[in-house]
Design a protein around this ligand. Structure first.
Ligand SMILES: *[C@@H]1O[C@H](CO)[C@@H](O)[C@H](O)[C@H]1NC(C)=O
Ligand SMILES: *[C@@H]1O[C@H](CO)[C@@H](O)[C@H](O)[C@H]1NC(C)=O
Ligand SMILES: *[C@@H]1O[C@H](CO)[C@@H](O)[C@H](O)[C@H]1NC(C)=O
Ligand SMILES: *[C@@H]1O[C@H](CO)[C@@H](O)[C@H](O)[C@H]1NC(C)=O
Ligand SMILES: *[C@@H]1O[C@H](CO)[C@@H](O)[C@H](O)[C@H]1NC(C)=O
Ligand SMILES: *[C@@H]1O[C@H](CO)[C@@H](O)[C@H](O)[C@H]1NC(C)=O
Ligand SMILES: *[C@@H]1O[C@H](CO)[C@@H](O)[C@H](O)[C@H]1NC(C)=O
Ligand SMILES: *[C@@H]1O[C@H](CO)[C@@H](O)[C@H](O)[C@H]1NC(C)=O
Ligand SMILES: *[C@@H]1O[C@H](CO)[C@@H](O)[C@H](O)[C@H]1NC(C)=O
Length: 896
């Protein structure tokens, strides 16, 4: 058993900004109600005695309900429970907010007319690299463009006035249907202002997505949508910035479905890992009605294995992973420089943040002339450094952060820094350091040439334009680091119930597409957000060729014909296939999928964990061709990925430790003759790899390979877990503790301290907000938990409160704190402040308490005490500030 050595990748060609973990937030007082049958929503809301207002009518063919907001947020939980008991109500769940997975904008064009018209695609054939990588070019070359197919996009809207996106909105236009569900000013928290116009002129994400699917070729850079004959529906669910709540998402999905979308795509998500989560469940329902739904897998690859994102983790929902483009395109702003008294020459740069470059004309200065030093500029500059306020500092990218390098330059007076790249291409740079006016990046070649001139003693004077108005041009660089490999940021599955996620991948790293005219017209972006729309376009091409849009048939074909790739950590490739939890079936090969005459009945297999091991699986092989075909079955193992490092309860981060031990698979029969029009069943029997430490939850995976006598070949991804998911500790008791809101580091409080809380129900008023130190409970889940309880345990036996306590799952409790229990939780930390309020809306009386946290183990039984991991806080006392005299006391009551 050879361990595969993997080093941590520092700089992948396509990186995405590492954002805070995006665990969806609950919106206070807001709920989604689903009716048993149908109701008039206004009448329904009246029937709850005016306790709630109607936020959004959600009455659709596949979902009948409403989102409502309880007028009294403090009592919402209690009222929601009562509403849930009403005969008319099938389901009630809290509104949560989701975000666009953190993506990277590498470069954008400028408002100026581009000065170079790039070569049109030679000979009319498609040479766009994301298309070459996925065989999409073959459809275009054959004149298949997705004609007649409607793709609904749920995103930030579309700049349909962009000439490459049709220039108009409505029937007959490229963007022919859709709506704005929110308005520009919406941020996920304020009131949406819907209208019929889904224009995106301030965000950009949705405009980039739309171009990947359907950009027209009338643009200077040779961008072509993968299915530029489709019509698009644009459902705008984000304002210019911020999040989207799931009631808006549910509405948008249903509107897109009812408008007759043949395919629905969304590059939106939030950490979950549970396919039962309500938004994911609604998307599953639409797929079950025959509309393929693709959702980006998420950009949390750095979190390692078991970090699937909702709604891509839903049952039947197709989760799209990302690979990096073989080219690194960059949109560079045109500027000029002079060496000594030579003539002016032009160069391209990528503006960073900040970018106050307008009319900056200064000589370059470099701390070192070594153009291969990986850590150039990482150390403080020597004492001999001159005043740099009249210079532009030139420094090589690498090793330490941009911020550190800029900080060192600023310490010597610099106001401007230009980085030269240490890999191909050029990227946006962010280094908002006090005192810096402008940062930018140039290519390695440009930087090295300048250093050589400086070293020769020449002065190099650079004239920078305002990047917002300077002409820009496209430069394509070979991606020498990560071409075609899985993007390091792509999120890993499987779900916590060992369902295979993601399904397959398309190029999403370093993608050139359209961007709002107001933001530069074109942009190079990276993320699974950029992969997902290409998959949606491929579904359209598939529907054109095969004449069916059945989601299962198409997913099975795409998975069976996709090409798995070897593992690469951002720098080094390893001679073993990347785990299925990272790449699913592999990179789509759309032409092969569209023309395959072999159909498998499944898209993947899961053998589950050791406790629920189902070693024998069957699937069908259907031959729709005109001749008999013999299929011989074999097995290709992929790298096994350990979930935990030895002795740790928290999953390892990217790249998880890999091992080359693989399962053994046997097939019955191992060779099968399938006549034309016939279907045969084969049986797969798995023996999990041995010699692995089950406590570390190694996830093994690989492919059933089918080699057909007609020369075609197929592969079916599978995965399984050695060890028991149930045995994984889900609650990190060391990181579950009582802190206080004044602590920014979540320092634990000692026992027996007294919190003097605002008067019940007043915690969020300005008189108290931020002016009172509240108990803050930090809960850290080391693995996902489908149910987390937080009980308030009274500690003084003689108090009235204690007499009123009940015992639930072995815990003496006054009730759960507000917003609990919580369902379908991803792993990671959560902070909860306690203002004395219980989930039923009442407040605990003054007294001594501790908080008891219970997190249900994976596959645990929610009614069994022993299936929870538990932690208790130190004891603390609660007192309340008296209300100022004369203020009206609302009807809040202590319980007990
Ligand atoms: C850059 O600008 C110069 C004039 O300053 C012009 O001659 C050159 O063609 C431009 N290059 C590009 C690539 O736009
Ligand atoms: C365009 O593609 C077609 C079909 O693959 C091929 O026959 C033709 O030679 C290609 N033309 C050029 C100019 O490459
Ligand atoms: C630049 O100017 C210096 C003197 O000012 C002169 O010696 C040199 O030859 C000039 N170089 C060029 C390339 O014109
Ligand atoms: C440049 O720096 C690297 C790393 O410090 C060093 O190995 C190399 O010898 C240096 N090259 C020159 C020409 O000094
Ligand atoms: C694994 O087994 C559990 C328990 O029976 C089940 O809930 C889960 O759905 C199974 N997962 C798969 C992928 O079959
Ligand atoms: C906290 O209070 C309890 C009960 O009064 C007492 O037994 C315990 O010693 C106290 N702990 C500390 C650290 O003061
Ligand atoms: C604060 O309380 C008021 C009054 O109950 C309520 O309207 C508001 O929504 C609350 N805000 C938050 C953030 O809970
Ligand atoms: C109060 O808290 C909010 C949210 O935590 C924060 O944004 C704000 O700056 C704080 N205000 C003061 C005065 O501390
Ligand atoms: C228990 O709580 C209920 C209300 O929740 C209250 O009416 C009753 O008086 C309480 N009993 C005691 C012993 O505190």
């Amino acid at each position: 058993m050879v361990r595969v050595d993997v080093v941590t990748a520092l700089l992948a060609a396509a990186t995405v900004a590492k954002a805070a973990i995006q665990v969806p937030e609950v919106v206070p007082g807001a709920y989604i109600v689903e009716y048993e049958t149908d109701e008039d929503s206004a009448a329904f809301v009246d029937s709850i005695n005016g306790e709630a207002s109607l936020v959004k009518d959600l009455r659709f063919q596949l979902f009948k309900g409403a989102s409502i907001k309880f007028k009294n947020v403090e009592e919402a939980k209690d009222l929601a429970a009562a509403v849930g008991e009403m005969p008319a109500v099938k389901n009630i769940f809290p509104v949560k907010r989701y975000s666009i997975p953190a993506y990277t904008v590498h470069s954008t064009g400028s408002a100026a007319v581009e000065s170079i018209i790039a070569k049109r695609q030679a000979g009319g054939n498609d040479t766009f690299t994301p298309h070459l990588m996925t065989q999409v070019n073959k459809f275009r070359d054959a004149g298949i463009t997705g004609k007649g197919i409607k793709i609904g996009i749920i995103d930030t809207g579309t700049d349909y006035l962009h000439p490459a996106l049709g220039g108009c909105f409505g029937p007959g236009c490229l963007v022919s249907y859709g709506a704005d569900l929110v308005g520009d000013a919406f941020n996920g928290k304020n009131t949406p202002v819907p209208d019929s116009d889904p224009l995106d002129n301030c965000n950009g994400h949705g405009t980039h997505v739309a171009g990947i699917i359907a950009a027209q070729s009338n643009n200077p850079y040779g961008i072509i949508g993968a299915a530029d004959g489709v019509t698009l529906g644009s459902y705008r669910v984000f304002g210019c910035s911020g999040d989207v709540p799931n009631d808006i998402l549910i509405a948008a999905y249903n509107m897109a479905y009812e408008a007759g979308s043949d395919i629905i795509t969304a590059s939106i998500g939030g950490a979950s890992g549970w396919s039962e989560e309500p938004w994911a469940a609604v998307v599953s329902r639409i797929v079950a009605k025959g509309v393929p739904c693709v959702v980006s897998a998420g950009n949390d690859g750095s979190e390692g294995i078991f970090y699937a994102s909702t709604a891509s983790d839903g049952k039947l929902v197709t989760a799209i992973a990302s690979v990096d483009n073989t080219l690194s395109p960059a949109l560079l702003s045109n500027a000029s420089f002079k060496v000594a008294n030579g003539s002016s020459q032009s160069f391209g740069f990528t503006a960073g943040d900040p970018a106050n470059w307008e009319n900056v004309k200064l000589p370059l200065w470099a701390v070192s002339f070594n153009t291969t030093d990986p850590a150039n500029g990482c150390d403080p500059y020597p004492d001999s450094t001159p005043d740099l306020s009249g210079k532009i500092v030139l420094v090589r990218r690498g090793t330490c952060t941009f911020v550190q390098k800029v900080t060192n330059a600023v310490a010597k007076g610099a106001k401007y820094v230009i980085f030269y790249n240490n890999v191909g291409g050029s990227n946006g740079v962010s280094a908002k350091v006090d005192g810096i006016q402008g940062v930018a990046m140039v290519t390695a070649d440009t930087g090295v040439a300048w250093i050589k001139a400086l070293q020769a003693g020449s002065e190099v004077v650079v004239s920078m334009p305002d990047p917002d108005t300077a002409p820009s041009f496209l430069a394509n660089f070979e991606n020498v680091n990560t071409p075609g490999y899985l993007s390091t940021y792509t999120s890993w599955g499987p779900t916590y119930e060992v369902e295979v996620k993601p399904q397959f991948s398309t190029p999403g790293g370093m993608i050139l597409s359209t961007y709002p005219r107001a933001l530069g017209s074109y942009g190079v972006l990276s993320g699974t957000s950029m992969a997902c729309p290409l998959a949606a376009a491929i579904y359209a091409l598939m529907i054109n060729v095969r004449g069916t849009k059945d989601p299962k048939t198409l997913e099975n074909l795409l998975s069976a014909t996709a090409h798995p790739n070897v593992f690469q950590d951002g720098r080094t490739a390893y001679p073993i296939l990347a785990p299925v939890p990272q790449q699913g079936g592999g990179l789509l090969q759309a032409w092969d999928a569209a023309h395959a005459t072999t159909l498998l009945s499944v898209s993947s297999l899961s053998f589950n964990d050791t406790q629920h091991f189902t070693p024998v699986k069957t699937f069908d092989i259907q031959n729709t061709g005109k001749a008999a075909v013999t299929y011989s079955l074999s097995h290709k193992g992929a790298a096994t990925a350990y979930t935990f490092l030895g002795g740790s309860i928290t999953p390892d981060t990217f790249p998880n430790e890999l091992d080359d031990s693989i399962a053994s698979l046997s097939f019955s029969p191992s060779s099968v003759l399938v006549g034309p029009g016939e279907t045969k069943t084969v049986q797969v029997t798995a023996v999990a790899p041995t010699g692995l430490d089950g406590k570390r939850l190694p996830v093994y995976s690989g492919y059933v390979a089918l080699n057909a006598s007609d020369g075609s070949s197929f592969s079916l991804p599978y995965l399984g877990v050695v060890g028991n998911m149930y045995d994984a500790v889900v609650l990190d008791t060391k990181q579950t503790l009582l802190s206080h809101t004044y602590s920014t580091t979540n320092a634990p409080v000692g026992p027996n301290i007294t919190f003097t809380l605002p008067p019940p129900g007043h915690a969020n008023e300005t008189a108290y907000k931020n002016k009172t130190d509240l108990p803050k409970l930090l809960i850290t889940l080391s693995m996902g938990s489908s149910l987390v309880h937080v009980d308030v345990v009274p500690l003084s036996n003689c108090s009235t409160a204690a007499r009123n306590a009940t015992t639930v799952l072995g815990t003496k409790t006054l009730g759960e704190i507000d917003e609990f229990p919580q369902r379908w939780n991803a792993r990671g930390p959560t902070e909860v402040t306690f203002d004395g309020q219980l989930a039923d809306g009442t407040f605990v009386p003054p007294g001594r308490y501790k908080l008891a946290v219970k997190a249900l183990r994976i596959y645990g039984d929610a009614s069994k005490q022993s299936d929870y991991d538990t932690a208790e806080t130190v004891p603390f006392s609660v007192a309340y500030t008296a209300l100022p005299k004369r203020s009206l006391v609302k009807g809040y009551s202590y319980r007990g």
